[in-house]
Ligand binder design. Sequence first.
Ligand code: HEC
Length: 136
Amino acid sequence: MKTWMMFAFVSIFVLSACSAGASSTISTAPGVLPTVPPDYAGKSNPFGSDAAVAGAVVFKTNCVTCHGDNGLGDGPASQTLDPRPANLAALNQKVGDDYLYWRINTGVTGTAMPAWKGILSNEQIWELVAFIRTLK
Ligand code: HEC
């Protein structure tokens, strides 16, 4: 009897540890955003908010298909994607420049979101960050 109880206790512990581990790696869990890695944490936009004008053009060319004209995650390609593209207007309220800069650079593993580092210039990525800041 005691052995069984011990086994049950250990199983519950292991299961809960596993599920806690899993949920922290799922970036889209409601309300749970991943931590910005040290390489990106604390960075702020060196080009300022004026870069949003150029960012709008870069966004239209590279991002609208998935994220939609207003960044709501409702672009023409969004219907077929799982997970769906992020609602950048909503995300904008919750994160800092460093978060956006990191996500655009490295993409989101396991989703259709590409890593834009090497495809877009560093300046274009900051322009996108400035543009996303204007989304409501
Ligand atoms: C092929 C479709 C596609 C394109 C093109 C695309 N994205 Fe994404 N994007 C996604 C998907 C899918 C996600 C992941 C959503 C999730 O994690 O649930 C995502 C996630 C993101 C995130 C992170 C959201 C979060 O919650 O952390 C940002 C920021 C972002 N995209 C910005 C951009 C920008 C800027 C561009 C253009 C340079 C772009 N995306 C182009 C599909 C796309």
